[in-house]
Design a protein around this ligand. Structure first.
Ligand code: UD1
Ligand code: MG
Length: 472
């Protein structure tokens, strides 16, 4: 069952707001924190995936501010629902800036999520939102229990267990008992937009950071005896916020483990799963075998029976059934057909295609080139902007000279042609089918079908005598 909220009549009335305007000072990086990557995808992307599933993209708003142009570039499809917070005066201020747009959209409830919680899952959020609505709370928030709560807002409760307030780490001021509180605020809230405005208006900045805190809503509502709901989710690592490089690495590791387990359950064999990194959009079929360490990212697809040896980088590539990618190869934006062999030490660059059974070996670079079925480029070659026909055999050290300093030119080679070692194919050039090119040739002119082309100085064996009298 999809967790999408529209399916439930009672909760159609929900929009979402993602807070993503902050710099992320503790990350000590110029890049906005929500654009830091986990498995080569920005943190915010993960939050969007969950929100899309839960609410649908048309009702997701994002507060942006610090280096907003980078967020616009990263998520161009979403900029219609970006809200600008020019000065980042705190999480409460971010909601104040958004209220008008949210109210205008006409949904009563708003799920507010910090943009730095990439591990969240739709199902639990759904339960939380439904619970807030069922209880008709003015403010609901999710809390979690941490053995080490340092850095988080602590949840203080009254003796009867009801929530009293959230105290930020920086506002604890030596009250050790608060420091010891293990229940912390996750940064996920559900607000009743019909009733929250007066409380947003009352947020103040009398705190250690002199910011408007969204967490002060809890305090204000409790004082006014308005219903506040705190849903304690226990020891749920999936609500961990990312604030520091260390937390980024921990969350990335958890995300990595989550993805690895999914593929193991599906039937992907990994001999060294701790060192396999697979991006969230990658698809790997059952029956693939991975040795590791291996990195597979982007929209890569690995078909059944393929074998991935260790030390590989594969990005946005399709690897065919029973293909074998051997050690230390780098593949980006390529198609490798069924039963192909790649590497060890091959580099396949974007827009290249190896068709069924083709082979590339050590120290071979292929760029924007097609190697048709059964074609072999086994040693020390550069093939760029080229088409090599079926069963073409390229000798060691062959280079396509595709660039004249200004423009790129194409090379094409017909089927079953044999190119001798150390050949330079000076593009634009076209070689026919079933040709032989003599080793060491510099080919500057087209070669018709079934010709032997040799273009190098004829060898002369001359009499020779040097000054010391050696030789004959
Ligand atoms: C916040 C909570 C804290 C909670 C923690 C959970 C407040 C005051 N504190 O603290 O109780 O335990 O999250 O992870 O909310 N942002 C804006 N505009 C701003 C400031 C921040 O959009 O003016 C965004 C940031 O980009 C970020 C999110 O809000 O995605 C949270 O900000 P952050 O600085 O990480 O808050 P925490 O200190 O982690
Ligand atoms: Mg945070």
């Amino acid at each position: 069952m999809s967790a999408r909220l529209q399916e439930d009549g009672a909760v159609q009335d929900v929009s979402a707001l993602i807070l993503a305007a902050g710099k992320g000072t503790r990350m000590k990086s110029d890049r906005p924190k929500v654009l830091q990557s986990l498995l080569e995808m920005p943190m915010l992307w993960y939050v969007y995936q969950v929100m899309d599933e839960l609410i649908g993209p048309e009702r997701i708003w994002t507060v942006v501010g610090y280096q907003q142009e980078l967020l616009r570039t990263a998520f161009p499809d979403r900029i219609d629902r970006f809200i600008l917070q020019s000065d980042q005066l705190g999480t409460g201020h971010a909601v104040q800036c958004s209220l008008q747009a949210l109210v205008q959209q006409g949904r009563r409830w708003c799920l507010v999520v910090n943009g730095d919680v990439p591990l969240i899952k739709a199902r639990e959020l759904r339960r939380f939102v439904l619970e807030t609505i069922r209880r008709q709370a003015l403010v609901g928030f999710l809390s979690l229990e941490l053995d080490d709560p340092a850095g988080y807002g602590r949840v203080l409760r009254q003796e009867d267990g009801c929530v009293r307030m959230i105290v930020e780490e920086k506002d604890i001021e030596g009250q050790a008992f608060i420091r010891d509180v293990k229940e912390v605020n996750s940064g996920i809230y559900c607000l009743d937009l019909d009733r929250v405005q007066p409380y947003l208006d009352r947020l103040g900045t009398t705190n250690a950071q002199q910011e408007y805190y969204i967490t002060q809503l809890v305090d204000l509502c409790v004082q006014d005896e308005k219903p506040v709901l705190a849903v304690n989710s226990g020891h749920e690592a999936r609500y961990l916020g990312v604030n520091t490089p260390g937390e980024l690495a921990s969350c990335e590791e958890m995300m990595r483990g989550r993805i690895i387990r999914q593929f193991q359950d599906k039937g992907v064999i990994m001999h060294n799963p701790d060192q396999v990194r697979i991006g969230p959009q990658v698809d790997i079929e059952a029956g693939v075998e991975i040795t590791g360490p291996v990195e597979v990212y982007g929209r890569s697809q690995i078909l059944s029976g393929a074998k991935l040896d260790s030390h590989l980088w594969i990005q946005d590539s399709r690897i065919g059934a029973r293909a074998w990618i051997r050690n230390f190869s780098h593949l980006e934006g390529v198609i490798v057909g069924d039963q192909c062999q790649v590497g060890p030490f091959t580099r396949l660059r974007p827009a290249s295609e190896l068709r069924t059974g083709a082979k590339t070996g050590n120290f071979v670079e292929i760029k924007k080139a097609v190697l048709d079925t059964g074609c072999k480029v086994n040693h020390l070659s550069y093939i760029g902007d080229a088409y090599l026909g079926p069963e073409v055999n390229v000798g060691a050290g062959t280079i396509t000279c595709n660039y004249d300093g200004k423009n790129k030119h194409r090379t094409s080679v017909g089927k079953q042609t044999f190119i001798g070692s150390n050949t330079a194919l000076v593009a634009p050039v076209s070689i026919g089918a079933k040709c032989v090119i003599g080793a060491g040739s510099v080919v500057t002119k087209d070669v018709p079908d079934e010709k032997l082309a040799v273009s190098r100085a004829r060898q002369k064996n001359l009499d020779w005598k040097n000054k010391r009298g050696r030789g004959s």
